[in-house]
Design a protein around this ligand. Structure first.
Ligand code: ARG
Length: 266
């Protein structure tokens, strides 16, 4: 079992200031106290319960989605491909995170040229990158990924606007296991995913809507939304330890546990 090293951004300035996905409605505002409490609970699971190393990036006022730290880049073997966000509302986040990386000694940083939303759309499974596109990242980002990281890329076309980022419908559980909600992807992509990954667990719409596919795993323990009991049971049946935590205040923005967690690799 690996003690992970991750980045989180405190939820101080989290809220719904604009609408850029199907979950977000400015008239469905966040209960800030509840959001901060849910964030803190997740932070405590990582640091106290699991003993992970969690580094914090200072949040910036009016960048409410900075709390979804995974979106800022994809990092593999110390190499960082910095996000090129589709919506102008999120674009300033890249520079803030880049600054943090430089200050902490990361030198291998490249800015993506095509639309590319980091860990939101790109998941490492074994030595393959599952690369979602359709709503945020551009399909052309796949070539850039392959060239930069030198890894096989499995392009997956996302077709359901409620699962606009790949990490809302596909969870990497270990180097050969994913869980996913098939209809979020077109049929050719479902076939590509099944061909690329030895073990694929299927989730229902209801399970996916509870944000339980927005999951972080160290290969042994899965940390995710506690909303769907049946999905947590599927994870247990597959041999994983499971920690469910309340996170739905962030679903108002289309986010969950995985979105708030950027894994530092190398
Ligand atoms: N409100 C954010 C957006 O629409 C949510 C991002 C969630 N991040 C994720 N990795 N799914 O961009």
């Amino acid at each position: 079992m690996q003690r992970k090293h991750v980045i989180m951004t405190p939820a101080d300035f989290f809220g719904i200031e604009y609408e850029i996905n199907a979950w977000m409605h400015e008239d469905n505002q966040v209960d800030h106290a509840v959001a901060v409490q849910q964030w803190q609970q997740l932070y405590n699971i990582y640091t106290k319960q699991l003993g992970w190393n969690v580094e914090l990036v200072q949040p910036v006022e009016h960048l409410p989605d900075m709390v979804f730290a995974t979106d800022c880049c994809l990092m593999i073997d110390g190499k960082i491909l910095l996000s090129n966000f589709r919506y102008p509302e999120r674009r300033p986040e890249s520079a803030v995170f880049a600054e943090w990386f430089k200050k902490h000694g990361y030198t291998n940083i490249k800015q993506a040229t095509h639309f590319f939303e980091g860990g939101g759309d790109n998941l490492l499974c074994g030595n393959k990158i599952l690369a979602g596109y359709g709503f945020r990242s551009d399909p052309a980002a796949a070539q850039e990924l392959e060239a930069y990281f030198g890894l096989e890329v499995v392009p997956l076309h996302i077709v359901d606007p409620f699962f606009y980022h790949l990490d809302t419908s596909v969870a990497v559980l270990d180097h050969e296991t994913v869980a996913f909600y098939p209809p979020a992807l077109d049929e050719a992509s479902q076939r590509r995913l099944r061909a690329a990954i030895p073990r694929c667990i299927e989730a229902t719409l209801e399970e996916a809507q509870g944000f339980g596919l927005n999951a972080v795993s160290d290969g042994h323990t899965i940390i995710t939304s506690n909303e769907s009991k049946s999905l947590l049971q599927k994870y247990r049946d597959a041999g994983f330890e499971v920690i469910g935590t309340p996170i739905l205040e962030f679903r108002k923005s289309g986010g969950g546990v995985k979105c708030m967690t950027l894994t530092l690799r190398g």
